[in-house]
Ligand binder design. Structure first.
Ligand code: ZN
Length: 123
């Protein structure tokens, strides 16, 4: 079984919660129609909206990026002791089995992220 991406899973659960008030609102507006027709129309509207939301949730490379955060590290760039960040995995970038993981402070991590984006890494 494929490893679960909890960002995708969490967004999917939130998306289900969002569909409830939208569909309820549509059913309320269509309350003059018979129940079956109103339900068919509400599901059609839901499908038109959530097809795109689901497509983003299941295919976006932005949700593939995995980060590791450590509370106290020495930044590999500036040497400051701070909370450390490192990108572990993204499309075209895999440091999951890096023998020497490099953590950066928030400021240096932002610079590194920008550098990686310029190299075409989607984060
Ligand atoms: Zn730094």
């Amino acid at each position: 079984m494929e490893k679960i991406n909890f960002k995708r899973y969490g967004l999917y659960l939130i998306r289900w919660q969002l569909s409830t008030p939208i569909l309820a609102g549509v059913l309320y507006v269509l309350s003059m129609l018979d129940k079956l027709t109103a339900t068919v129309v509400a599901n059609l509207i839901g499908g038109l909206i959530f097809f795109w939301v689901d497509k983003f949730i299941f295919t976006s490379h932005l949700l593939t990026a995995q980060w590791e955060i450590k509370d106290e590290v020495f930044c590999v760039d500036c040497g400051k002791k701070a909370r450390g960040y490192r990108l572990v995995k993204a499309k075209g970038y895999d440091k999951t089995s890096d023998p020497r993981p490099q953590f950066r402070c928030e400021e240096c991590s932002a610079k590194k992220t920008e550098e990686l984006r310029k190299r075409g890494i989607e984060i």
